[in-house]
Ligand binder design. Structure first.
Ligand code: ADP
Ligand code: MG
Length: 730
């Protein structure tokens, strides 16, 4: 691809984008207009129906058929007024995407004509065919039906002409086939455990919600160039491509001016997001060229996940208008930073207290410490399960790649809080504390936390799980992940620790220990037992990997072994105790993860093989022919002696190219053989391991040869847009 031609194309589109971009509407005029939120419910529902939705959201009460009819009618009236013609149950199957099957509101009327209809049963439940979604053997073909059911805690919304109803997705026999169902259960478990603990500190607390603020990183490329890269189109990442001479060395992209073409897209996207009630707050350039980030203001966890999925869907759509392509893959380009989705996680009470924010009084702070320490212990006990929940083929290219969190879990808490935890450990002995000791601990240590806690400045960006002043930031989550999965593991693990905490405290109180002292004693045990997970140093350093192993922290060897954490007794017990998954369901999920891993790798390996044989080798040969022609011409013009000196570079190049061609052909042939062998393995876990051990190295080696060829072969002949063309939008 000629670079000049490409630049001309880009500039044309940039000018168009600038010229045709209308002034955006005021945020307050458009915010939430496409969402059936409380305000609209009040307008379109009877007070009785409104109350039914509120009870379903707040207390998990069932909505009966009569009420459902009323709600559906109100929703329909609103949707038709906004121009909707269709509706869909919108859900998150166990793939990377969301699913929707559109149904028209149309119902033929007797005697001709038609009217729009939407009954309560259609709102509450749908029966899409489940057989085309991953189920890990949970669904037999004779009961291929699955159910989607409305999740009233996430409001319905309109995209273009379709009313989308956020839903859960379960099999005919009741097993969850999606991310939302277990996520909602984890939120319930966390709430129950957290309310109980809050009661030690504040009797007014009767609700606790997990909160999530998701920072989404992504790449943007020109759509025409994207379509000229079969690897990007089919696998969402480049399987080959030599680094551009200038990529991110100068660090001039981070927080720099956003390219005008991308800005036009972002503005458009933001307006649509506001209409969907998503409060986007920040936008900026990320470290890599063409990499950007947006983050909405945090909200309740289930809604935050839905919003994130909606944004992914929306961005794809809006980008099309701007002739751009948004890439959510964790590592689309080698040699530049990958993309993550940082999960900022905390808990909030009905009294509007952030449980991970130090408060004004020693009592508040003790409550903060309790939730803080319980979270640390949760991550410690289930660190490998948390890693499993964020692991995927995509994310494995990013983790530990010197720009992203390492493939081993640790928590950063900062100097101040380390000191507080150390003090508690030291001062609270096994013996009873004197009143003086207790007062000093409460007033001088716990009471002073907010004053001494530096806000946000004490940050460690190399930690996969960092405390950032009033929340934890789980940074290892991948950009294309459905956050419900890591979130549910975290919620369940913290709920388990909170339950243990209140059990232990109650036991001590029963023995006659005073409440505060009991709390301190249990905190001390928790702090001691979870110490190994706390790490304040450089997470990207090689020493840390060794140190972590000595501490008994388990890193990730390869993707399939990471998934195995799901099947360990401690994980099964966690899921069972918190009532998230049956053993059968968790085994099914393990199988699905392996299946997806294999399929993705198989596709990548096929695409790479095809490109190598059909695009790269023929191009290399064409360039060899040019050289050969040139040699023939030189031979005619020069004497034999002169010819020899003049042509030695061409001869060398010819030879080098031949070596690469032979290498590539052999490697591709062998890779195909290995794939065939692997495909014959019945056991899916073993098949995944074989794929991981054999196919990945082949792909790396093939890429290496191709990338070398790329810098030898004539640029005019090279069939694929190069990194320098893909990565520098203006
Ligand atoms: P940074 O890049 O410094 O991490 P950003 O402002 O880009 O910060 O993103 C921080 C995210 O954390 C935002 O989505 C913000 O709303 C969220 N956040 C702040 N407080 C909380 C909280 N208590 N619970 C969950 N998320 C939070
Ligand atoms: Mg952040």
């Amino acid at each position: 691809m000629s670079t000049f031609r490409f630049q001309a194309l880009q500039e044309f589109t940039t000018r168009r984008a600038e010229r045709f971009y209308p002034t955006p509407p005021r945020i307050s005029d458009c915010f939430g207009i496409n969402v059936f939120n409380q305000e609209k419910m009040k307008k379109y529902l009877s007070s009785e129906a409104f109350e039914a939705v509120r009870c379903a959201v707040d207390d998990g009460k069932k909505i009966d058929r009569r009420m459902a009819d009323q709600i559906a009618a109100g929703m329909k009236t609103w949707a038709l007024e906004r121009g909707a013609t269709h509706y869909t149950h919108w859900f998150h199957p166990l793939t990377d995407a969301t699913a929707e099957k559109h149904e028209s509101f149309i119902e033929p009327a007797k005697g001709g004509g038609a009217f729009e209809n939407f009954r309560g049963d259609l709102l509450i439940q749908q029966e899409p065919d489940a057989s085309s979604f991953p189920s890990g053997g949970l669904r037999n073909t004779f009961e291929a039906r699955g159910y989607t059911a409305w999740d009233p805690s996430s409001p319905a919304f309109i995209v273009e002409d379709t009313l989308c109803i956020p839903s859960i997705f379960v099999s005919y026999t009741g097993e969850a086939l999606d991310y939302k169902t277990p996520h909602l259960k984890s939120l319930q478990a966390l709430e129950k455990a957290a309310v109980k603990v809050c009661q030690y500190f504040d009797k007014d607390v009767d609700r606790v919600q997990a909160t999530l603020g998701l920072e989404q990183e992504y790449f943007v490329v020109d759509n025409a160039l994207y379509r000229a890269r079969p690897d990007l189109m089919q696998t969402n990442r480049t399987l080959m491509g030599h680094a551009a001479a200038k990529n991110q060395q100068l660090e001039d992209h981070y927080f720099g001016a956003i390219p005008s073409r991308v800005m036009a897209f972002m503005k458009d996207f933001e307006v649509e997001a506001y209409k969907l009630g998503v409060p986007l707050k920040t936008r900026h350039n990320e470290v890599a060229p063409n990499q950007f980030e947006f983050a909405p203001v945090y909200t309740e966890a289930n809604l935050a996940v839905d919003h994130n999925q909606m944004m992914v869907m929306l961005m794809r759509r809006v980008a099309k208008k701007h002739k751009l392509k948004v890439i959510f893959h964790e590592k689309p380009f080698e040699g530049v930073n990958g993309s993550g989705k940082h999960c900022n996680w905390s808990m909030r009470t009905n009294t509007d207290v952030n449980l991970l924010s130090p408060g004004k009084t020693p009592r508040n702070n003790l409550q903060f410490l309790t939730f803080f320490v319980a979270s640390i212990r949760a991550v410690f006990e289930h660190h490998h399960l948390l890693m499993a929940s964020i692991m995927s083929l995509n994310n494995s290219h990013r983790l530990g790649a010197n720009e992203a969190p390492p493939a081993v879990m640790s928590i950063f808490v900062g100097k101040t809080l380390t000191k507080v935890l150390d003090e508690i450990e030291e001062r609270v002995g096994n013996k009873k504390m004197t009143p003086d000791e207790k007062t000093t601990l409460k007033l001088d240590i716990v009471g002073k936390i907010p004053e001494i806690l530096p806000d946000n400045t004490d940050r460690n960006r190399t930690s996969p799980f960092a405390f950032t002043g009033n929340r934890f930031e789980f940074r290892a989550v991948g950009s294309s992940a459905n956050v419900a999965w890591p979130s549910l593991v975290l919620n369940a693990a913290v709920a388990q620790q909170l339950n243990r905490f209140s059990e232990a405290v109650d036991k001590l109180i029963d023995k006659g220990v005073k409440k505060d002292e009991a709390i301190f004693q249990v905190l001390r045990t928790f702090i001691q037992e979870s110490k190994a997970i706390r790490f304040e140093g450089n997470g990207y350093s090689a020493d840390w990997v060794k140190d972590a192993a000595q501490r008994g922290l388990r890193g990730i060897k390869d993707v399939p072994s990471a998934f195995d954490a799901l099947l360990e007794p401690a994980s099964k017990k966690l899921f069972n105790d918190m009532e998230l998954f049956s053993v059968k369901e968790i085994e099914a999920r393990h199988e699905i993860q392996n299946e997806i891993f294999i399929k993705k790798l198989q596709i990548e390996s096929r695409v790479l093989g095809d490109l190598a044989i059909n695009h790269i080798i023929p191009t290399a040969i064409r360039y060899q022919n040019l050289l050969i022609e040139n040699l023939r011409g030189l031979k005619e013009l020069y004497s034999a002696k002169e010819y020899d000196t003049l042509t030695s570079p061409q001869i060398d190049t010819l030879r080098t190219i031949s070596t690469y061609i032979i290498d590539i052909r052999t490697l591709v042939t062998d890779m195909v053989k290995e794939r065939k062998k692997a495909n014959a393995i019945d056991d899916i876990r073993k098949r995944a391991a074989t794929y991981s051990n054999t196919i990945i190295p082949f792909m790396r080696n093939i890429r290496d040869r191709i990338d070398h060829l790329e810098i030898i072969v004539d640029d005019e002949l090279w069939p694929l847009p190069k990194y320098r063309e893909l990565l520098f939008l203006r």
